[in-house]
Every structure is written in structure tokens, then in C-alpha cells.
Design a protein. Structure first.
Length: 304
């Protein structure tokens, strides 16, 4: 097998420090991780090469042997006992680049470096010697109507081909992000799964404007009730309620209905307030009698 340049695989120089090797390994491992490159055979092969290179170069003793003996580093102890110096062998003229070391117990010239790595770190390697990789975090967007987040409810969604049933607390806001632990990408080598982050896009088709936990709306007020006062019914987010109107209420007057706003997120039975602005409605289509009465009222008002 040809010489495998592990420094080249990790994209570092031979003078790289342990910290530089570790940094390079993490960067490349993330780039070629199987979870980020599904069904990509080339990325899978590259990922294995990166791990193999790291196993050798991150171990100071193995790295020293590799630097001296290259692809035959695994036989360093046998070579040193026999007094074999690869640098000296390379200087000897006529010497073949691949040596037959049968005198040391076998022919190493055709040995497969990666096969040796697999036998050393592969099937016999326990899970505790494998690097555990946390799964990738996933992001999803969920569109809801404002009315659907007024109460806590369950909803199913499909993420990464899997059906997930989640509980959506009342009071979720537009743009809010919640985390569902362990529902992201699957970890490698028994590593933990990533998390799922859901961003809520909440559309409002109601007559209410929402600002935090408070709601705002307008209601028409007829002239007679505005002048004389009385009782009217107004819409809240969860139904109608009766509201007393003070005499001589002006258009634009704002009243607050405490606790009739939107639910406070993850705080049971706590609500914001509802603010209602009165919009005066001027009567139209007046009869002759009504016009005369208004004219009489105008005269009385002007003579006061």
C-alpha cells in the first residue's frame, strides 16, 4: 500500500502542535460528519480517513513512530530491535523503497496500513475508545393562528422524516423559539442526539391587536349611549361581556378590562389586559322629527 500522508489528510504541517491537530480534526470531522452528508459515500470515506489520521497523530508516541517509519510505523518496535534505520536505508544507493523485512517475522512491504488500523482500532475497539459525536441541532418553523395559541394544545409535526407530537403552551408569541431536547439529528458512536428548535410564526386574523400579553381593539359607541351613558356588550377574545359606559363619553376614550387579555406564557390562569377604544358612531338617515329635536337641542346648547 502507498504511503498515507496523515498530515495532509488533516490539512496541517508536520510541525503542527497537538492543539493545532485537535482543532483541525474537529473542524474536518464536523464538515464530513455522516449526519451532515447523508448518502454521500465520498464524505463517509473522508470521515473515516480523518478519524484514522487523528488516532495516529493525536497520540504523541504513535506520531513519533509515524514520523520515523511512515506507513510501517506499527512495526517500529521490531525495527528498532533489529537496528533498522529507514533514513539510513534511504541513503543507501540501489536500495528499494519497499523493504522485505521477513527476517523480523513477516513481509511488511505489502502490508495494508489501513487494515492494520482497523484491526487495532476497529472491531476490537470498545465504544469508550470511540469519539462520541453529538447529533446536529435541527430547526423547524411552525405557522399558527393567534386563536390557536390562546389555549394550550398538542400538535403533531414532521421533522426530518419523523412525526413528533408536542405540547404548545398558551401564550406563545410570534417569532418565539422553543427547544425540544433530543429531537434533533441522531448522534454518532452512541453520542447524544441534537435538539430541535421550533420558531413560531403566528398570523393574526382577529379584530384584536396583540402586544405582549395585552390586547387592543376598538368598538363603536352610539351617540345616545355616549351622551347619556348606559350598558353595552363588547367582544373579548373569548366571548362577549357587558360594559358600563359613563355619561358624556368622548370618542377615543380608552377603557381597560383587567385580565381579559392574552394568556401569560407558561403561567397558568394569568392573563394580560384588554384595552378598548370607543369610536363614536354618528347617526345617519335622520327623520324630520329627529332633525327638529337636534335643532332644538342645538338652540338650547347655544343659549346656555
Amino acid at each position: 500500500m502507498d504511503y498515507i500522508d496523515y498530515y495532509k489528510i488533516l490539512e496541517v504541517t508536520k510541525s503542527a502542535t497537538e492543539a493545532e491537530i485537535k482543532k483541525a480534526y474537529r473542524k474536518l470531522a464536523r464538515k464530513y460528519h455522516p449526519d451532515l452528508n447523508p448518502n454521500d459515500k465520498e464524505a463517509e470515506k473522508k470521515f473515516k480517513e480523518i478519524n484514522e489520521a487523528n488516532e495516529v497523530l493525536s497520540n504523541p508516541e504513535n506520531r513519533k513512530k509515524y514520523d520515523k517509519y511512515g506507513k510501517d510505523w506499527k512495526h517500529a518496535d521490531e525495527f528498532e530491535k533489529a537496528g533498522y534505520d529507514p533514513n539510513q536505508q534511504q541513503r543507501n544507493s540501489g536500495q528499494q523503497s519497499n523493504q522485505d523485512f521477513s527476517g523480523f517475522g513477516g513481509d511488511f512491504s505489502g502490508s495494508d496500513f489501513s487494515d492494520f488500523f482497523n484491526s487495532m482500532y476497529g472491531s476490537s475497539r470498545s465504544s469508550r475508545n470511540q469519539t462520541k459525536y453529538r447529533g446536529q441541532d435541527l430547526n423547524a418553523e411552525l405557522q399558527l393562528d393567534l386563536t390557536s395559541v390562546y389555549t394550550t394544545h398538542k400538535q403533531s409535526l414532521t421533522v426530518n422524516g419523523k412525526n413528533i407530537r408536542i405540547t404548545i403552551p398558551a401564550g406563545v408569541e410570534n417569532g418565539q423559539i422553543i427547544k425540544i431536547p433530543g429531537h434533533g439529528g441522531q448522534g454518532a458512536n452512541e453520542g447524544p442526539n441534537g435538539d430541535l428548535y421550533i420558531t413560531f410564526q403566528i398570523e393574526n386574523h382577529s379584530a384584536f391587536k396583540r402586544e405582549g400579553n395585552n390586547l387592543y381593539t376598538e368598538t363603536e359607541l352610539d351617540l345616545y349611549t355616549a351622551v347619556l351613558g348606559g350598558e353595552i356588550q363588547v367582544n373579548t377574545f373569548d366571548g362577549k361581556v357587558k360594559l358600563k359606559v359613563s355619561p358624556e363619553t368622548q370618542t377615543g376614550t380608552k377603557v381597560k378590562l383587567k385580565g381579559k387579555g392574552f394568556p401569560v406564557y407558561k403561567k397558568e390562569n394569568q392573563f394580560g389586559d384588554l384595552f378598548i377604544t370607543f369610536k363614536l358612531k354618528i347617526p345617519t338617515g335622520l327623520s324630520q322629527k329627529e332633525k327638529e329635536l337636534f335643532q332644538e337641542l342645538s338652540k338650547i346648547r347655544n343659549h346656555e
